[in-house]
Design a protein around this ligand. Structure first.
Ligand code: OGA
Ligand code: NI
Length: 370
């Protein structure tokens, strides 16, 4: 039965607990945005801050060993924290398949999707969520997502939804050479000559993939698809459809730039873990997704992460150059728990690894663990 749009509890139950999601609400063809989703002005993207004459670099990866290309990648990671890659080697068919698989998953009936809600899922490695952390978010974000943490093929076969499992695994495997190549290039500027068993686990020891669904929204200007945040990953590889709506902060400014969809491209961004390991040289930049009045949007990020059991901090090779460490060593699973304790709030997660710590949040319970 359709929920009351004015009874916040009833609406939240419909969206969050019954498998309908924000998508189910959007499909009721509502004409105005319920209060539950109305964000404060500070949380919305101020369109007057968007600059149109600039954009993040677009890098052709066909000759990724070329010193000019290496320089473009390292410069982009330092100065933008975000770039797009084309000719990246991940077959376009694999990208199309994973987008189709995402649509297939979200087209399942609510009763089917409900099985993957955090409270029902038999594994903590798979969870379907609306908003970001509905247990914590006071105002909900206009988004549903399925989050899959990769442990092994057997685990994926057992627990990931059948309608998207094979395509997600293929996307993850086919993107591995690109991930390795990007990391190999990025560490050269940190005085590390190769990716090997001493650094690979920290840089790419675990993988999480999210299927993001941003349904059409009657009042997109009043809410957010995803509030401003930085990722907790080492690197994020993002596949987006042709809708657009992802905005990125321009380093050290109050301006934002749009990431225009380019067919066949992937968007790469540096996450907090690599900002910490590079002692601040590479930038984990805030980003934001706006809601859209006319189109449903999907995106599929692969978060390339350290292993939860790794202790991360500025890499020894970076400190050996005489730099003062800006971050302390933290257990990666503690860092991720900290991220999942609070609603999206710009770049504040990284304070957890700064020497002057935001001690207040240690006492808060965490909802999702790595
Ligand atoms: C994310 C994210 C961006 C997008 O899932 O962390 O920032 O375009 N997604 O969906
Ligand atoms: Ni993100």
């Amino acid at each position: 039965m359709a929920p009351s749009l004015t009874d916040t509890r009833e609406l939240k139950t419909f969206v969050v607990d019954e498998g309908h999601g924000v998508k189910g609400l959007s499909e009721l063809d509502i004409k105005t945005l319920p209060e539950l989703f109305i964000q404060s002005h500070e949380k919305r993207l101020d369109m007057s801050k968007v600059v149109h004459h600039e954009s993040i670099p677009v890098i052709d990866m066909s000759n990724s060993e070329d010193p000019d290309v290496i320089k473009l990648i390292c410069d982009a990671a330092e100065n933008w924290g975000f770039f797009q890659v084309v000719n990246h080697g991940v077959p376009l068919r694999v990208l199309d398949d994973v987008k189709d698989a995402t649509k297939r998953f979200f087209s399942l009936p609510a009763d089917e999707k409900k099985k993957y809600l955090f409270k029902n899922s038999p594994t903590k490695n798979v969870r379907l969520v609306s908003s970001f952390i509905p247990e914590v978010d006071k105002v909900l974000e206009w988004k549903d997502y399925l989050s899959c943490f990769y442990v092994s093929d057997d685990d994926a076969f057992a627990f990931w939804p059948r309608v998207c499992r094979d395509q997600l695994l293929e996307y993850m495997k086919e993107s591995e050479p690109l991930i390795k190549q990007l990391l190999k290039v990025l560490i050269t500027r940190l005085d590390i000559s190769k990716l090997d068993e001493t650094n690979e686990p920290f840089l790419m020891g675990s993988r999480r993939m999210n299927l993001n669904y941003y349904p059409k929204c009657p009042n997109p200007e009043l809410t957010v698809g995803v509030g401003s945040h930085s990722d907790v990953s080492t690197l994020t590889i993002l596949l987006q459809d042709e809708t657009g709506g992802l905005y990125v902060r321009k380093l050290d400014t109050d301006n934002w730039v749009h990431v225009p969809p380019i067919k066949g491209s992937l968007t790469i961004n540096i996450g907090d873990a690599l900002q910490i390991m590079s002692n601040g040289r590479y930038k984990s930049i805030e980003h934001h997704v706006v809601a859209n009045e006319h189109e449903n949007r999907i995106s599929v990020p692969i978060f390339v992460n350290p292993r939860p059991s790794d202790v991360i901090g500025p890499l020894p090779q970076v400190i050996a150059r005489g730099e003062k460490a800006l971050y302390k060593h933290v257990l990666y699973s503690d860092y991720v728990k900290h991220f999942y304790r609070k609603s999206h709030n710009g770049k504040d997660t990284i304070d957890f690894a700064k020497f002057v710590d935001c001690a207040f949040s240690h006492g808060l319970p965490t909802i999702y663990e790595p």
